[in-house]
Ligand binder design. Sequence first.
Ligand code: NAD
Length: 496
Amino acid sequence: MSLISKLWKLDPFECASGYLGNLPGNELYLHNFIDGQFSEQHPPEKWLDSHNPGPARYWPRHLRVVNRAVEAASRVFPLWSKSSRQERSDVLLRIASIIQEKRDTFAVWESLDQGKTLLRARVEVDRAISNFRYFATYILHEEGSVRFVDGQPSTLTYEHRSPVGVFALISPWNMPLYLLTWKIAPCIAFGCTGVAKPSEVTSITSYLLGEVFRQAKLPPGVMNIIFGDGPGTGSALVKSPRVRGVSFTGGTKTGIRIRQDTVEDIGKHLSLELGGKNPTLIFDDVDFAEAVPLAATAAFENNGQICLCGSRIYVHADIYERFCSEFVEYVQKHYRCGDTVGPVVSKVHYDKIRTYLLQAQTENVTFLLSEVPTKTSGNGYWITPTVLSNVDDQSIIQREEIFGPVVTISVFGTEEEAIELANDNPNGLASILLTKDVSRMRRVAERIDAGLVWVNCWLVRELGTAFGGMKASGTGREGGAHSRDVFTNLRTIHVR
Ligand code: NAD
């Protein structure tokens, strides 16, 4: 039985982790999905390692191939770009239904691979299904723009869009399936073809996705999935002259690298969704029973490994002491390693977070909850949710994205000061504002430097709205018509 058939059938969590524990040599070989097939025949010298973050270790190994995948996507583009909307919609709906049927399998592998809880993994699989359903129907109800030229009644002007071409779709490790399908679904829907490269750290659900495409009868080559690292595979992919667009989600440094690597190819479409260091502003009129759980969820969901997490909390001076104590109590009670909290994704990431916490120690930051973790014993990469206070505004703890279960709490006096503190950061992805005052909601929300502002809520998404960041958090927006801008070329036609 092929590996894909085996993984496809292992559903319950215990069964999948038992399978991993018994793998000969503890190795799992993932093959690229190119031109509608898994390419099992390639030589083993190009394999790449990755590790399970939890105690049941295994090593998925990935193969890199770029040219064959770009070639397959280029070959089928002329045909796919002319396919009917109905055909594209049907195939996207079939993909959604197959993932829906295999929801638990996807959730189990996502949880094992990334370290997230099964509960969290299920939410993300559901969101991946919505990505396909949303764009499948969006294209059937698309509207364009027609204008009449003043003084020339017989001239009609309209906007016409055509698919851009082959896309490189590159995603990070924190929400592997959800973020990659957020790119794949519109790419296919708007008539482009693509080569998707998931993070080398978490590739298994993308591997399963290849099987979904095969079963859904997506024409070979329309979407290819390749596994490999960033500097080798990812970089070769974005630089390929036949790749006409890049939709990238990942770290800001990588985004800058991609921009540099593509600067000469001016017509290449570029959408960069990058890192965040998001503020949560808590005013003195909030209900504690709502504000505390909301701020905690925003800080610690998926172990703080979501680009949108509120990792800098600012609290009004009048409620600061009470908030700190209730927040710590709540986090201690609800976020327990091995139960409601999983391990962080990798050793490299564990070491990175630990380095920030060691730095906090040298800066005499107050650890309101938890402490610097001891070196990992090989039993998984566990970091207890950590709450810090007395952090200097200019400290790297406050300025840089830690991307783990670490939150800082600081104080503000006035509304003006709250806005200043929120904006005093190179990033501008998201922000959270907690207040009951309706006029303040608008006053503050409209002045925060962030692509997304959540007022009295967090992580609410409507797939037609713009998603993306300001400042160092990226360029371009995705979602609904914004994704259409990424994946199509726009021409204006004047007809007399
Ligand atoms: P990363 O930038 O290291 O890697 C992301 C992807 O880029 C991986 O697939 C990697 O292999 C690839 N890559 C690396 N170097 C490359 C290069 N030179 N050319 C092409 N591809 C390359 O990020 P990560 O550590 O996987 O993910 C964490 C980061 O992602 C955080 O900064 C987080 O905030 C960000 N993120 C942003 C969003 C968003 O929507 N804005 C969502 C999730 C995560």
